[in-house]
Write a protein that binds this ligand. Structure first.
Ligand SMILES: [Zn+2]
Length: 268
């Protein structure tokens, strides 16, 4: 695969980096990343991955763009209100970079469809906003041996960790089980500062890019937390993968995917 003149220019700031170069850019162009959720986290992640020239990007979301999304979901514009989020996202990404193939899946992840959704992708980004989806994505990625980036945002806080099979704990090693339904407020109930999605979603894109190129250290075995009010980032080293973990442990008790009851949440 030889680059066109246009590609040489488009990706020149990558190609000049010793850690990327032509070789790394080719890895990005042949890379496949699935983003689950085209919301606060998925929007910036999708835009940076498209801009970077990740060749195939899948986006999963059943929702339509709502006016209340636009404060943070910067992949959508005012004219997109009422449009399917995956359609709006694809239009923005293709307008930015026609090199990128965007596959859209207008559905929510469930135990029925998740394995099929993730199977053709190299790296998964969890941009969902609810615990049932986060545990489902974790369990599916562990079972299918797919690396993924977990993130969560609420109010002025965000968190992030990366799972790579065999290289550290999974989300369930750390968080065990979803909290009881309605025990934790959603972003709709509690609010979220708009740029938080930009900070944390961009970090998810960064993890995917590093994974595809194969450079640097990923956030495996670590949990990064960000407090915007204090403007503090902390990285906590997590205990090693828990041999007793119900899904990734030595004797897993979760061998089938679970659809936990959804808390009051509209997916926005
Ligand atoms: Zn685990």
């Amino acid at each position: 695969m030889a680059f066109t003149n246009e590609q040489m220019e488009r990706y020149s700031r990558h190609i000049i980096l010793q850690e990327v170069g032509v070789k790394g850019q080719k890895k990005l162009l042949s890379g496949k990343v699935l983003i689950i959720g085209a919301g606060g986290l998925g929007a910036p992640a999708a835009m940076y991955l498209a801009a970077a020239g990740v060749g195939t990007i899948g986006i999963v979301d059943a929702d339509e763009v709502d006016l209340s999304n636009l404060q943070r979901q910067i992949i959508h514009g005012t004219a997109d209100v009422g449009k399917a989020k995956v359609k709006s996202a694809k239009e923005t990404m293709n307008a930015m970079n026609p090199d990128v193939t965007v596959n859209t899946y207008r559905e929510f992840v469930t135990s029925e469809n998740v394995m099929d959704l993730i199977k053709d992708y190299d790296f998964i980004i969890d941009g969902t906003d609810n615990f049932p989806a986060k545990f489902l994505i974790n369990d599916a990625c562990v079972m299918a041996k797919k690396p993924f980036s977990h993130a969560g945002i609420i109010r002025f806080k965000g968190q992030l960790m990366t799972y790579v099979p065999g290289e550290g704990p999974c989300y369930r090693c750390v968080f065990k089980n979803p909290p009881p339904k309605d025990a934790v407020p959603t972003c709709k109930q509690a609010g979220v500062i708009g740029a938080m999605g930009g900070v944390i979603g961009s970090l998810q894109a960064m993890e995917a890019i590093k994974y595809l190129i194969g450079v640097g250290d990923l956030l495996t075995g670590k949990l990064l937390t960000y407090d915007a009010l204090k403007m503090e980032f902390h990285t906590v080293v997590l205990p090693k993968a828990n041999g007793k973990c119900a899904v990734c442990g030595d004797h897993p008790t979760i061998t089938e995917l679970i659809d936990y009851e959804q808390a009051e949440c509209d997916g926005k």
